[in-house]
Design a protein around this ligand. Structure first.
Ligand SMILES: NC(=O)c1ccc[n+]([C@@H]2O[C@H](COP(=O)([O-])OP(=O)(O)OC[C@H]3O[C@@H](n4cnc5c(N)ncnc54)[C@H](O)[C@@H]3O)[C@@H](O)[C@H]2O)c1
Length: 403
């Protein structure tokens, strides 16, 4: 494939292509954060389900480069095809694989539907062949749909309030207008479908399968990610369909933790993370406006973190070998502490009342939101030369090896 120029092709909250050089630069920046102050050793083997972008990618990078783990990454990404670029997550993991090799570390990538029995079997078989046991498992899937492998029934998640309509304001990412939104309440079927996709069922299925195959080490720590957020977004997030699913995920973690503690002296946790621009969060109504305000306030306060800083802190303060995770009254790790700080939330709530299309770029950090969104796909990264054609047909060696 001859090299080509790659310019962003953005449609509202999705970007249809990705820049391999920009994605590699993102990965290098993540490695720099993950290695700062980290010991470089301490973990043996880490599995990250949903490892190619967002919080999962940062988790994989922290485990491999910050703590020396051998990594196994599960994702659902699009490989390059002729002139079509790969998805950003594909290029991210191609870059992690390259850097891991250079550092004498190992990464094995499984690309396929993590909800399926087939991909679980494939992942377990690879781990068994490698002959080691996992001391760290991160579950970081964000997906709009899931087919239940037991029944073959497919479910689509809904991002809706429960019980009453939610009236608020949102940014139309297509034309940068602040517009009123009214989102009708979810039906019972939509509430249940969202639980099936984003709740704890699949998380439990992974951990049970790993345990039955005796692939979890003594003292293994397992973590899944959740979100709570402020009252402003409660109707669409925490008290809505996705919040119900997160409650189910959190309850699942508690059940798994009891089982892991008795059998392996292990533990399962939920970490509540900060709201950040990722492919998943950009798709939630109202949330981009909230994130734009939050960025403004947290950057001014000097407390803003990206996924890499969040996860580096999660490992350093809570999950690293020898650390005892600090948890809230519900047993959750809270790395959303700086987001939820009362002064930050009061300022966000006050600014929320004043935002209009006309003052959007002054009152909020919507510019930062947009830049971060483009950066997710490898665009607008300082130091990357977008005027020079690049090779887009990049393989991931461990995916190819398994075919
Ligand atoms: N972004 C936020 O603001 C935020 C805040 C707190 C918690 N979280 C949670 O963090 C977790 C990860 O979210 P994110 O925002 O990093 O999302 P993301 O979209 O960046 O990442 C999703 C990951 O899941 C993988 N994936 C999706 N469907 C898959 C499938 N069927 N099979 C295999 N892999 C699949 C993708 O390849 C990718 O690696 C979610 O549980 C989310 O709720 C996110």
């Amino acid at each position: 494939m001859p090299k080509q120029l790659v310019a962003p092709r953005i449609r509202s909250f999705i970007c249809l292509n990705a820049h391999p050089g920009g994605c590699a630069a993102n990965v290098d920046a993540e490695i720099a954060v993950a290695t700062t102050g980290a010991p470089g050793t301490g973990l043996r083997d880490a599995l990250v389900v949903g490892a190619s972008t967002g919080y999962g990618l940062s988790s994989l990078v922290s485990a491999i480069f910050g703590y020396g783990a051998r990594g196994t990454a599960v994702c659902l990404e699009r490989p390059p095809q002729g002139e079509k670029t790969a998805s950003a997550g594909w290029y991210n993991l191609a870059a992690v694989e390259r850097r891991a090799r250079e550092h004498g570390r190992e990464l094995s990538v499984v690309n396929g539907d993590a909800f399926s029995d087939e991909i679980k079997r494939d992942t377990l078989a690879r781990l068994a062949r490698a002959g080691t046991k996992l001391d760290c498992v991160v579950y970081s899937l964000a997906s709009p749909k899931r087919t239940d492998p037991q029944t073959g029934v497919s479910y689509s998640s809904a991002l809706k309030p429960i019980g009453a309509p939610f009236r608020s304001r949102s940014i139309n990412l297509g034309n940068d207008q602040v517009t009123p939104v009214e989102i009708g309440p979810a039906s019972d079927a939509e509430i249940e479908a969202t639980r099936k996709v984003m709740g704890g069922e699949d998380f439990a299925a992974w951990i049970r399968a790993l345990e039955e195959a005796e692939l979890l080490a003594e003292g293994c720590r397992v973590v899944a990610y959740s979100y709570i957020g402020p009252a402003l977004t409660f109707p669409i997030y925490r008290s809505g369909t996705i919040g119900k699913a997160k409650e189910d995920l959190e309850a699942t973690a508690r059940t798994l933790s009891t089982a892991l503690a008795s059998r392996l002296r292990g533990a399962a946790y939920v970490s509540v993370n900060k709201a950040l621009v990722t492919q998943a969060s950009a798709a939630i109504p109202v949330v981009p406006l909230y994130i734009s305000l939050l960025y403004k306030v947290m950057k001014e306060a000097g407390t803003h973190e990206g996924t890499a800083q969040q996860i580096a802190r999660l490992f350093r303060d809570h999950l690293a070998p020898g650390r005892s995770p600090a948890t809230d009254e519900a047993g959750r790790i809270r790395i959303d502490d700086l987001e939820m700080e009362a002064g930050v939330q009061a300022r966000v709530a006050a600014l929320w009342e004043t935002v209009t299309t006309e003052n959007l770029f002054e009152v909020t950090d919507y510019a930062g939101f947009k830049t971060d969104f483009r950066r997710l796909f490898g665009f607008e990264i300082p130091g990357v030369d977008y005027a020079t054609p690049v090779e887009t047909d990049l393989p991931i060696a461990s995916v190819a090896a398994a075919l």
